[in-house]
Write a protein that binds this ligand. Structure first.
Ligand code: 9YT
Length: 129
């Protein structure tokens, strides 16, 4: 069994920071669960464009307020605590954080922790040895 606290992983290799977000990875590929589990903060007042072409991602908003734009069909959705979205079609999308957002994210396949967003807002497909 794996038991891990957010307070133990902040400022370790399980935390990845970008200009508009910080992602704390409670589970990574090396944990061999078949998915990764992230507690992610999207900074207030930021806009992030993403396109996860190699991963499926589900995101559950637990704090904050923002807008999710689906760039594949032009639809916009309000994000508040209790909203979930799942990118089951690898949709290109934009997150606008009107307030700081806290999101619980699951990636399949799991991220290894070494990925960074490329110019398209995608993560490369990396695997653990
Ligand atoms: C919600 C979202 O996609 N944020 C970008 C960071 C990513 N989810 C991650 O690695 O946690």
């Amino acid at each position: 069994m794996i038991v891990r606290k957010l307070s133990e992983i902040i400022q370790t290799d399980r935390e990845t920071r970008a200009k508009t977000w910080a992602s704390r990875r409670l589970l990574l590929a090396k944990d061999k669960m078949g998915f990764s589990l992230h507690d992610t903060i999207i900074f207030a007042g930021t806009t992030t464009e993403m396109h996860y072409q190699n991963h499926l991602e589900a995101v559950y908003c637990i704090e904050g307020k923002g807008i999710l734009k689906d760039l594949d069909n032009g639809e916009e959705h309000e994000l508040t605590a209790g909203t979930m979205y799942a990118l089951d079609g690898n949709e290109k999308h934009i997150l606008i954080a009107e307030q700081q957002l806290r999101m619980i994210c699951v990636f399949n396949p799991p991220v290894t922790g070494a990925e960074t967003h490329d110019a398209n807002g995608a993560y490369p497909l990396l695997t653990e040895a």
